[in-house]
Unconditional design. Structure first.
Length: 404
């Protein structure tokens, strides 16, 4: 078998022993194999996210993103009646940078809230991996610099079940959940499997669906796939529904904010989007071959927000709002904070443009503003969707207008 990648060898062995595997199983191994998966650090133990990784997320652009979300978390605390203990859980926390930024904001702007705040980070990366160890070390240093109390942030193992008063916040997690892939052929919805060819290479292979749930899913979200042309492909992420149900069950009272790229089912599963949304990333570049180099590249698919909303509702959440990240951040005052910080930190940007300190301030202010503009860019991060659902606190219904 021609391969220089251990994870690829393991995947080939599983296929040789049991036959072709679903794409969801392939993605599970490629991203989450406990030692070799991409989000476990892959074969090189490298950090996948951030400027040194394969792509950046909102948290890398500006701390003002985290400050805006801190204002949202603060508003939820107030809407809950300012409980003495307020849990924030962040599944898919990655490096934990959002936690640090939220704490930074809480300590300087809302000390009473800070005294109630307990922040738990969850991530699928193994607690024993070198990557997790490196992340824990880096975050501990950062938290100490900010002055976060010892019990302010902890790494947890799983979402709790039902006892929590607080908020769940997740950025770019749902797009990384293992997804099935389907293709329409005649009257059937076939599933795309991962198989091996005669030369031992991973290839895609269509076959009967492993579960009727795949067609049921599209029917449930009223996708008229039977009228679509043959060869129409899509991703069906059953895992996202299950995950959202877990999120819902974790809350006794509180709210969940899910940010990601995606659409409602009606906009996601259109006739024109005939190739689906599955993408692979490596070193800030799109890679055309999702089966190549398992463990060394990211795999992701757009999120069906209708599925998150339906699953959340079925498990006791109510919809507060579904909007864009740009709209949410704007309402949470990101631009006002940008202006205030610029005036405080770069006072010579306008008044002394002819001096070197004025020019320096001018450039730094431009950099600050550009980062925020990027977060609000409707064709980029600003176009991400933000979903807010809540449970057990009627005051949370109008959460969007509560932040000020
Ligand atoms: C695209 S990264 C985003 C990281 C971070 N939220 C950010 O914005 O930089 C997705 C993260 O979600 C984690 N993840 C995926 N499924 C998860 C789950 N069910 N529970 C907790 N973390 C999960 C992955 O290990 C990965 O670190």
């Amino acid at each position: 078998m021609e391969t220089d990648n251990t994870l690829e060898t393991l995947i080939c062995q599983e296929i040789a022993a049991n036959g072709p595997i679903s794409f969801a199983r392939f993605m599970e191994l490629a991203l989450y194999h406990p030692t070799l998966g991409y989000y476990s650090g892959g074969p090189d133990g490298r950090e996948p996210v951030g400027w040194a990784g394969d792509y950046f997320t909102s948290v890398d652009l500006s701390p003002l993103w985290g400050h805006a979300l801190a204002r949202w978390l603060h508003a939820v605390w107030r809407a809950l009646g300012e409980p003495a203990r307020y849990e924030v859980i962040e599944p898919g926390a990655g490096r934990g940078l959002l936690a640090a930024t939220v704490w930074e904001y809480a300590l300087s702007e809302a000390p009473q809230w800070a005294s109630a705040l307990r922040y738990t980070l969850l991530d699928r990366v193994s607690a024993h991996s070198p990557l997790r160890h490196a992340r824990e070390q880096a975050l501990a240093t950062r938290l100490a610099q900010i002055g976060v109390p010892a019990d302010g942030v902890r790494w947890g193992e799983a979402l709790p079940t039902g006892e929590m008063v607080g908020a769940v916040i997740a950025n770019e997690l749902a797009d990384a959940l293992p997804t099935h892939c389907v293709v329409k052929q005649g009257a059937d919805l076939l599933e795309l499997y991962v198989a091996i060819d005669e030369r031992g290479r991973l290839i895609e292979q269509a076959g009967s669906a492993s579960t009727s749930e795949l067609a049921n899913y599209l029917d449930r979200y009223r996708v008229p796939w039977r009228t679509y042309p043959d060869g129409w492909r899509a991703e069906v992420c059953l895992a996202a529904e299950a995950w959202m149900a877990e999120v819902a069950r974790s809350l006794a009272r509180g709210a969940a904010l899910i940010i990601d790229y995606g659409e409602t089912a009606q906009r996601l599963y259109t006739r024109d989007r005939r190739h689906g949304t599955l993408l692979a990333y490596r070193q800030h570049q799109l890679v055309e071959r999702p089966l190549a180099q398992p463990g060394r590249q990211d795999l992701t698919a757009h999120v069906n927000f209708s599925a998150l909303i339906a699953s959340g509702r079925a498990s006791g959440l109510r919809l507060a709002e579904y909007t864009t990240q740009a709209e949410l951040l704007t309402r949470l005052g990101i631009w006002e904070e940008t202006v205030a910080i610029a005036a405080r930190l770069y006072p010579y940007a306008e008044s002394e443009r002819h001096t070197s300190r004025g020019q320096l301030d001018y450039l730094r202010r431009a950099s600050l503003r550009n980062a925020v503009r990027e977060l609000l860019n409707p064709h980029g991060l600003g176009g991400f969707r933000a979903l807010v659902m809540h449970k057990g606190a009627p005051g949370l219904r109008k959460l969007a207008s509560l932040q000020k």
